[in-house]
Write a protein that binds this ligand. Structure first.
Ligand code: ATP
Ligand code: MG
Length: 460
């Protein structure tokens, strides 16, 4: 593809002359007689090179040079100027000019220097971008994960970050979904702006709608002023919509419309607001199941399901536990000005066996408090054990795939069994402790299929 060059000079004769030379050499050209015309053209199309006369009728050439350097760093600016002014070349280079030419301009040397300028400049810019990228790669260092499962996640992040695709991140609570969203955003083309996060968990429909889309004054009781929502705030950056599974049917529809049309209305408003937002959605819910149960729109699910990142639970990548532990030891040493050196082998063993229902967040909390509590240099197993609710592999029953009713049954049975153990089978006493009516307790036990004993411990 041939390069496009903008010639900025107030003298028409010179512009025409240079244009003829450059066109003859196969360059595409445009002309501007002043700074205003030049800026209008630069906003409209891409230029590789701007040939800029420092003497312009409407703006100081140096000011324009500085503006281009700041706002269009990918354009190579070459200065053209009349005789005299000895310190101009140095000044122009300091202001960001790539090369400097004194008139009268010699055809051969102009073409030669434009050619070299284009090549050199391109190489410099490529280098610069590579360095920037490396700097950003560095952020991956904050995501610990040697396990194959996490390596796959990291590979995927790298592949999709610079696309503009909508991404769905799924995984249990505490697995690192927000961290993954950050890695995507800060490795994307939108990284100059911060990632905006909207969490709609636990909000009423009105509040969730206002949080996401904003509201107009008077939209609902208590809406005293207009509020700008997260979608608007995320203009030209990325928006993490967390706990997408909790959106009400109305908000699911509004969200789907946004994905299709890029516009929305504030709550209580009629104005169509158009924003340029890249969506990253996250959920710890099982969306396909929610779709089957008609709790989540199928069309929205399909729209979101194109690029999915699944962050595996910690128990499926135990290889990462030792690395995470030392990562968190460093982090909390720094934060609390402590100097815990390490974790003892038996303490680490405990953690490696622990099934960690709260995933990485729970592991992080365990280490954070161990760092505070530990008075030696090495974390001892006792310090860890204190923090584990019950360090047995199955201390919590597996509630996955159960209905609420089924899960409650398991809990009730376990609770009553313990309670009756405590009272030696005495139902009256158990009822008092549980603050339940005795008859109610007995009925409960019956419905749970538990052996009913009378107050003397005899089976009825
Ligand atoms: N691979 C990892 N390396 C380092 N730190 C991690 C990693 N994964 C998670 N963390 C840390 O664990 C904590 C929880 O992670 P995060 O908030 O991203 O989880 P989440 O999946 O969004 O949880 P929730 O579903 O509860 O919102 C954070 O402090 C995060 O920095
Ligand atoms: Mg989260």
């Amino acid at each position: 593809m041939s390069s496009r060059i903008l010639i900025v000079d107030d003298e028409q004769g010179i512009r025409e002359q240079i244009t003829r030379w450059l066109n003859y050499e196969g360059y595409k050209t445009e002309q501007a007689a002043n700074a205003k015309e030049a800026l209008a053209l630069i906003r409209k199309m891409n230029f590789n090179v701007v040939l800029l006369d420092l003497k312009l009728p409407d703006m100081d050439g140096f000011a324009l040079l500085e503006k281009l350097h700041q706002e269009y760093p990918d354009i190579c600016v070459i200065i053209l100027t009349g005789f005299g002014d000895e310190d101009s070349p140095a000044k122009a280079r300091a202001a960001g000019a790539f090369d400097f030419f004194a008139k009268p301009i010699h055809f051969e040397s102009l073409i030669h220097r434009i050619d070299t300028a284009i090549n050199q400049f391109r190489a410099e810019r490529e280098n610069y971008y590579k360095r920037e990228e490396e700097k950003l790669q560095f952020q991956f260092e904050n995501i610990v994960g040697q396990s194959e499962a996490m390596q796959r996640v990291l590979d995927l992040i790298q592949k999709i970050a610079t696309t503009e695709e909508t991404i769905l991140i799924q995984g249990e609570s505490g697995t690192g979904k927000e961290l993954v969203a950050g890695a995507i955003h800060y490795n994307s083309l939108r990284r100059q702006n911060p990632l905006i996060i909207a969490d709609c968990a636990g909000l009423s429909e009105n509040l969730a709608e206002s949080e996401l889309f904003g509201h107009e004054k008077g939209a609902f009781t208590g809406a005293y002023a207009r509020k700008i929502g997260k979608f608007e705030r995320a203009h030209q950056t990325s928006l993490l919509v967390d706990e997408i599974g909790e959106l009400s049917p109305h908000l699911q529809l509004k969200f789907l419309r946004f994905l299709q049309e890029k516009t929305f209305e504030r709550l209580g408003g009629t104005e169509h607001i158009e924003v340029d937002v890249r969506i990253i959605a996250a959920t710890n819910a099982n969306l396909p199941e929610a779709v089957n149960q008609n709790r989540f729109r199928q069309d929205l699910f399909h729209r979101l399901n194109r690029v999915v990142i699944t962050v595996p639970p910690l128990r499926e990548r135990r290889a990462d536990i030792p690395l995470l532990v030392s990562h968190f030891i460093k982090k909390y040493n720094r934060r609390n000005a402590k100097s815990i050196k390490d974790i003892s082998k038996p303490a680490l063993d405990l953690l490696e066996k622990y099934h960690c229902p709260g995933n990485v967040r729970e592991l992080e909390n365990i280490i954070a408090s161990a760092i505070l509590l530990e008075d030696g240099e090495v974390i001892k197993p006792e310090t860890i054990r204190m923090r584990l609710v019950q360090p047995v592999a199955d201390f919590q029953p597996n509630y996955r795939n159960l209905t609420f009713r089924e899960a409650r049954r398991i809990f009730e049975k376990a609770y009553l069994t313990q309670l009756l153990e405590q009272t030696g089978g005495n139902i009256s006493q158990a009822a008092r402790l549980a603050e339940l009516d005795r008859t109610h307790l007995r009925n409960k036990m019956k419905s749970l299929g538990m052996r009913d004993m009378d107050d003397n411990g005899n089976a009825e």
